[in-house]
Design a protein around this ligand. Structure first.
Ligand SMILES: *[C@@H]1O[C@H](CO)[C@@H](O)[C@H](O)[C@H]1NC(C)=O
Ligand SMILES: *[C@@H]1O[C@H](CO)[C@@H](O)[C@H](O)[C@H]1NC(C)=O
Ligand SMILES: *[C@@H]1O[C@H](CO)[C@@H](O)[C@H](O)[C@H]1NC(C)=O
Ligand SMILES: *[C@@H]1O[C@H](CO)[C@@H](O)[C@H](O)[C@H]1NC(C)=O
Length: 420
């Protein structure tokens, strides 16, 4: 698992977890599994799930604020609004903090390694298609949440440059992730770019403390960026480090990878079914979507934002209610966080998204988020108004695990293919 490297070791560690694949367009980065909402004993972790709902809510609130700043409200989806900051229920936060020490053993990560600076400093980051900034802790972060993280030290990097700007992300536990913006060389599995902007954060929200990842690498469009500088893939394209500003995700129990500079044909069969990005929201948002259960249509002409940084799927509350009405024995489990339960002995295997082409089904294994008692399990689709707009669904890993997904700035499109 994740090991803590001392600062002295950091300065002399030679990175190279992987090297570019000669003769291919792109670069493979392997992932570790990310946190499931259930414990290793298959129980639904309610406190962790609430924490994730709050984080997801506030992350997208921050995205909308950045979009408003960068592109104006005209870029919003119809019905979109910056919702109030969501706060953690006090009981949920207390329980999470007391669990901090044992937490990592149960966590699963989809994060991977990058190096920053000259000489290289290692960071373990979550690759997030639902945001557009790169950040990780600074050597100057003295908060307890930073204690077990890798920290960026500008002084030992000959290529670091300070900028005058600052970065801030608000989370609902009363604190923020914030710090100054730097530029430096960033290397992902041998793919190297210079003068990449990122924040070395000096403040880190408590909720990040127990997580194994040091920070986040955003893969959405620059208009969602608080730093207001090109994200990594765009920098790589601009500098000619990759020919195509494209990347592909395989998120699975094993062999997960991010492929930058194209898609990894060894991971999927058949063609990729591409759909144009709609609107100028800065998200990987595709339109004309449909959610079905068996032959019943739950919602059509929906917009879907494909977000690798979200564990589950969130939909408009009335539509999510309609979905669970079509699952025998389903009931509201927690109205605030939007979770529903259903009988564990009958996990739906016919829930699918489609965008005018194939039906892409969520497997029962990916739909079931764990048990709450002997008979009842929690579904991976939750009701939540995140302010993203009318008929907009936020589609995370519970869906992405079922497909190979491709993200192309060149085509301005998101595509799906069948995993090999
Ligand atoms: C990331 O690097 C750490 C060492 O710093 C290593 O233990 C871990 O296996 C690496 N993870 C991946 C997914 O490459
Ligand atoms: C941390 O603080 C020191 C001393 O003020 C400063 O030199 C350095 O640039 C700061 N930031 C980082 C990321 O090292
Ligand atoms: C960034 O934050 C630092 C430290 O709080 C502050 O001195 C500086 O003025 C800020 N820069 C801008 C552009 O707000
Ligand atoms: C950063 O943390 C310090 C104390 O640790 C706090 O006083 C300050 O308000 C925080 N800044 C932000 C932007 O949250």
């Amino acid at each position: 698992m994740y090991s803590k490297v001392s600062l002295i070791a950091l300065a002399v560690v030679v990175p190279a977890t992987a090297s570019p694949i000669v003769g291919e367009l792109g670069t493979r980065i392997s992932f570790q599994k990310r946190n499931a909402l259930s414990n290793s004993d298959g129980m639904f972790d309610h406190a962790k799930a609430i924490q994730q709902v709050v984080r997801d809510h506030n992350k997208h609130r921050a995205n909308l604020r950045n979009l408003e700043q960068n592109a104006g409200r005209d870029a919003f989806n119809e019905g979109a609004e910056v919702r109030p900051l969501m706060a953690y229920p006090a009981h949920a936060l207390e329980r999470r903090q007391s669990e901090a020490l044992t937490d990592e053993a149960h966590d699963e990560y989809w994060a991977g390694n990058i190096t920053v600076g000259t000489s290289a400093q290692n960071f373990f980051v979550d690759f997030d298609t639902g945001s557009s900034d790169l950040w990780f802790p600074s050597i100057n972060c003295t908060q307890s949440a930073c204690a077990n993280k890798h920290k960026y030290n500008a002084r030992v990097s000959s290529t670091s440059k300070h900028t005058n700007s600052n970065f801030t992300l608000h989370y609902g536990d009363g604190s923020a992730v914030s710090g100054p913006v730097w530029t430096d060389t960033v290397n992902i599995a041998g793919l190297s770019v210079h003068d990449q902007a990122f924040s070395a954060v000096t403040n880190l929200s408590d909720s990040f403390g127990p997580q194994a990842n040091d920070g986040i690498l955003g893969l959405a469009y620059q208009s969602l960026s608080d730093i207001r500088m090109p994200p990594f893939v765009n920098t790589a394209k601009a500098q000619g480090a990759i020919k195509q500003a494209e990347f592909g995700f395989k998120i699975a129990q094993s062999g997960s990878e991010l492929y930058i500079g194209g898609t990894d044909a060894s991971q999927y069969s058949g063609d990729i079914e591409y759909h144009n990005v709609v609107g100028s929201t800065g998200y990987w948002q595709i339109g004309s979507g449909k959610l079905t259960i068996g032959s019943t249509t739950i919602s059509s002409d929906i917009k879907t934002i494909i977000d690798s940084g979200t564990t589950i799927v969130y939909g408009p509350p009335d539509m999510v209610a309609k979905l669970y009405q079509n699952i025998p024995g389903a009931a509201v489990y927690d109205e605030n966080s939007g979770f529903y339960s259903f009988p564990c002995n009958n996990v739906p295997s016919n829930i699918a998204f489609s965008w005018g082409g194939k039906q892409w089904t969520i497997s029962p294994q990916n739909f079931n988020r764990g048990r709450v008692d002997k008979q009842h399990c929690i579904g991976a689709i939750a009701a939540q108004n995140l302010g993203l707009g009318n008929n907009v669904w936020l589609v995370g890993d519970s869906f992405m695990k079922n497909v190979y997904s491709a993200f192309s700035f060149e085509k301005n499109a998101v595509g799906f293919a069948t995993l090999k």
